[in-house]
Write a new protein. Sequence first.
Length: 484
Amino acid sequence: MRTPALLLLGAVVGIGAAVPATSVAAPTTRSAGADAGCATPLFDAPVRAGDARREDPAGFRTALAREPGSAGTVAAAAGDRTLWLDRCGRAFYRDLAPDDLPGTPAAAAVGEDVDVLALHSSPGSDRTIYLDLDGHVATGTHWNAVWGIDEVDTAVYDFEGDLTTDFTEAERAEVFALWEAVAEDFAPFDVDVTTADPGPAALTRSSTSDREYGTRVAIGASPSGIGACGPCGGVAFLGVFDEVGEGIHDDLQPAWVFTDLLGGGRDGRIVAEAASHEVGHTLDLQHDGLDGLEYYSGHGRWAPIMGAGYGRTVTQWSRGDYPAASNTEDDLAVMARGGVAPRVDDHGGADDPTPLAKRGGSKVADGVVGTSADVDAFSFALRRAGTRRITVLPTGQASNLDVRLTVLDAAGKRVARVNPPVPAGDDTEKQPSPAWLAADTAGPLPAGRYTLLVEGMRAGGASRPGWSDYASLGGYRVSVAPLG
Ligand SMILES: [Zn+2]
């Protein structure tokens, strides 16, 4: 890709003389070639951050000054060839599309009563990640200036041809799986991942006192006019989730995911990898690479979300605790600072267990393992001895949680501990709901009270790399059922 010529403004605009990226609300129509996004462009075309740092140090420093909260990230990630600065100096990632993709096992069918464009992971939350699947047109944004077009027009998510939201059964299943996978990635946070249009107020952050905000992820085939773009699987401005200012926040939206370069959207969980990754950038995350490569594609059955885990069954947030990691930033802490607060813990520990609730002939509860230190406890009683099956099933078809279940009797003595080993081998495609992430045990139990402990675990070891317990997090259902 050519390196755009740099406009040397360093002598004119230095650090401390920076102006806000924009100071007025974005008009709905604006010439794409005009100064969209800022009063004083720094560069005459988008430029790689590393090229700007080398060829125009003063301009690069000014660009850093225009990155509220993200200057440190830009400075740290400037060597990443996918990190760019737009004409205004705002940083964005052009994420490369994968060269090849794994197989695409079909997602589970979705019931007829489910409206896949009305899904919510945490309705009522102040923060929103809007997976926009019904088409989106951007005008007057920084993206219009980046690509030099008046309208960036993304079509409806579609892989069976009619380009309407009248989805086929297969499309409904993949849309559901897409949403489910992104919701799972953000389960540790107080944020609503939704496919329903939440309206502008739920996304825009108009002032620092505005507590309701978020990001839109426009998901569909590459809009015409954006050129080869890498070619890109997705793009996002850096650290803009909590950007303040009606026009400013909106002008740096949305994040985009381009399904035509991700297997046409035929596997919702593949698209979800890109969607969570782009949202990660809006929350100020940089890439998890390896030895100079921007994207670490993982090992065995695992990859980091901020790498490229398209074929791995387990993709998790990371703090670089894998061999030769390029980036040891604490993803969860960075995102918490970037706009999404950790979810309030839903269940106490062993000294404060939640009683399981009767449902049919079983006793059940739902929960979320929200941190690596989180141990959720549940209790149940047996009036008479009997055989019981106790299961903890991670939520959905793209879980990040590798469960360990511990069963204690009334005296606190361990009755059982279950955490199936992860089978050796390299994933060639994502496995939906593998049994080795779940915990399942059955046997005779004497009458009495029992406590169940549910936590996320690491996998692998020195001889076989797996994952740490850092982000072995997510939703689950625990159940106790009579057997035989
Ligand atoms: Zn990226």
